[in-house]
Design a protein around this ligand. Sequence first.
Ligand code: ZN
Length: 205
Amino acid sequence: MDDPYALAITFDDGYLNVYEYAFPILEELNAKATVFIITSAIGKSNDWDANLGWIHFDHLGEEEIAILSNSGWEIGSHGNTHKSLKTLSQDELDWEIGESKNILENRLNINISWFASPFGKVDRKILNTTSKYNYKGCCGFYPFRLLTSRNLAFEIPRLSVYMIDTVKTVENKISGDYKKLRNEVLKQNVISFFANATIAVNAVR
Ligand SMILES: [Zn+2]
């Protein structure tokens, strides 16, 4: 991003409520966003998100994804199964990262250029695989090591917006002020720590 004031809004998981609620509001503002789709969840009711417990959300179907794409939204891949990629073999990474791109491009007849790693988990192997499949970039979680780094060309760090966030804290995330940004990164890391604990608990159940 060359423009220091550029801001990208992204939604992971491809929930139908993005189409129902966020899309009309952003249309009014003439703002476009990116939605990252899990290929196995297209058009289905959510039955996999451990963090959301008993709450069921529907996912976008091909029809809604096409409307978003035709309206200027970017459609990206969020993998085939939403498994955390960090412990996967290279074959499994190829399938989650490379094959999910093929599936989306074939089903939706659009180019898929961006990948968002499930749970924001990014490491060298994941980045190399996204690069191998000609993605333009891989979105992840905002790690502390990037606070002082300018090398953000391929790995795109993101800050989550949570239900507990306010207009003020969202302003802090995008302020460009190091101290405010650091606090928001810290908050994201703490919340992620507990989310990881949930993943671990569900894995051993
Ligand atoms: Zn996700």
